[in-house]
Ligand binder design. Sequence first.
Ligand SMILES: Cc1cc2nc3c(=O)[nH]c(=O)nc-3n(C[C@H](O)[C@H](O)[C@H](O)COP(=O)(O)OP(=O)(O)OC[C@H]3O[C@@H](n4cnc5c(N)ncnc54)[C@H](O)[C@@H]3O)c2cc1C
Length: 304
Amino acid sequence: MTLTPEQLADIAAERAETRTTLRATAPGMEAHLYTAYPVLDHGLVRVIDYMGDDNAITQAARVSYGRGTKAVSDDRGLIRYLMRHWHSTPFEMCEIKLHVKLPVFVARQWIRHRTANVNEYSARYSILDREFYIPAPEQLAAQSKVNNQGRGQLLEGAEAARVLDLLREDAMRAYDHYEDMLTPDETTGKMGLARELARMNLPANVYTQWYWKVDLHNLFHFLRLRADAHAQYEIRVYAEEICKIVKDWVPLAYSAFEDYRLGAVGLSASGVAVLKRRLAGETVTQETSGMSKGEWREFTAEWG
Ligand SMILES: Cc1cc2nc3c(=O)[nH]c(=O)nc-3n(C[C@H](O)[C@H](O)[C@H](O)COP(=O)(O)OP(=O)(O)OC[C@H]3O[C@@H](n4cnc5c(N)ncnc54)[C@H](O)[C@@H]3O)c2cc1C
């Protein structure tokens, strides 16, 4: 990630100015506000604004007049109870607004999370920067043999070098053509193509930016799916960076989320039945389990 001196000065100015407020603030989040955290080669995540803290969750759950806190241990117990029993609306009382810079192919996955508010950088109005995601060598891998939606063995040597060359060359050539199409030339009468059309030849690894606002319940849903080991690496690294921020913002809620969602394992009714049979001493195989091969593979990966 490279920020211009002007962008760095804007962030420093935001962080230098303090304001007084009657509203609740979260000290852990104040430490993160406005700071740009690098993700991938040119991407970033930074918090622009937020509302609420752990207390806002318990306050809403109790519908109390004041802060309503009896003790931190009570709040912790209540938040864990709410998370455990999918009582989700109190978590919607907290919100976060992020500035994210990300490759377009990652944005396509991200935008599927519809329960957020988004405003994207306009490539009709502005010219996109010459910034493309080029994977680090340790991310260049072949198609997985066991997972149709994943990568497997690392590419090596000449093949890895050739892939990187192709990615760089294609990106640079496309951007050169983009610039060429945009640029008017009075000497030849060339008018230059409109930005909204010239952008269409840019590849999916070009970077875009947006502001993304979401409540904590839906953010947890996003993080559950995208910080998971099955999510594509290029979106997972953003989710992992956001996890660190959320942990400092709402430590009690994040700890409950880690326990009941992120680190939890789902168990189907047939899975429960197999576990009970095993605990009773029976040897259960895929054939006698009532599960498909895929289900059995996932079940035994968790339970042995
Ligand atoms: C590993 C992985 C692989 C994926 N592969 C594919 C793929 O191959 N192809 C593909 O198209 N997508 C794919 N997706 C995207 C996935 O199907 C979801 O679109 C995405 O994860 C957003 O989830 P969501 O709809 O629950 O989230 P949100 O849009 O944030 O919605 C949250 C919840 O609100 C409710 N909701 C929101 N909008 C509606 C609505 N209009 N109607 C009814 N209920 C609504 C639902 O309960 C939903 O779960 C993949 C996602 C993951 C994590």
